[in-house]
Design a protein around this ligand. Structure first.
Ligand code: MG
Length: 157
């Protein structure tokens, strides 16, 4: 078994759709980035790559590569799962925290867990998604951006 950690932050901008955990969340601000900027899926992807010691998201999908401009992060995560598959690694469980001042994410957590579980070929009870604010402090509190942290356990025979 191996463990991996992932962390990501993206800037909030008006006029962008807010994607978190592969779920579209109605909100006046969305995350800006080269892909759909889904911080939660990026943190999970980096944790998977980290567990397998296969670099990071930026190495596999360089920002600025026209081939991945505007790409859904679910597609990136599927590619990472395939990369680990090739070495016999499969995910065991995921625990993630989204750092966001607004909106309230609790109503969307079940859909995020289901989506991540499907991508990783897990059941939803092996995927934990939590949310926290920073009590108004710092970049998250000022709603300049959102962040996410994730740890993932992987195993192989
Ligand atoms: Mg990112």
């Amino acid at each position: 078994m191996r463990i991996g950690i992932g962390y990501d932050v993206h800037r909030l901008e008006p006029g962008r759709p807010l994607m978190l955990g592969g779920v579209h969340i109605p909100h006046p601000l969305g995350l800006a980035g080269h892909s759909d900027a889904d911080v939660l899926l990026h943190a999970v992807g980096d944790a998977l790559l980290g567990a397998a010691a296969k670099g990071d998201l930026g190495r596999h999908f360089p920002p600025g590569d026209p081939a991945t401009a505007g790409i859904e992060s679910s597609v990136l995560l599927r590619r990472i799962v395939a990369l680990l598959d090739a070495d016999g690694w499969r995910a065991v469980n995921v625990d993630a925290t989204v750092i966001a001042e607004r909106p309230r994410l609790a109503p969307h957590v079940p859909a995020m867990r289901d989506h991540i579980a499907t991508l990783l070929r897990l059941t939803a009870d092996a995927v934990s998604v939590k949310a926290t604010t920073t009590e108004g402090l710092g970049w998250s509190g000022r709603e300049e951006g959102m962040g996410a942290q994730a740890v993932v356990l992987i195993e192989r025979d």
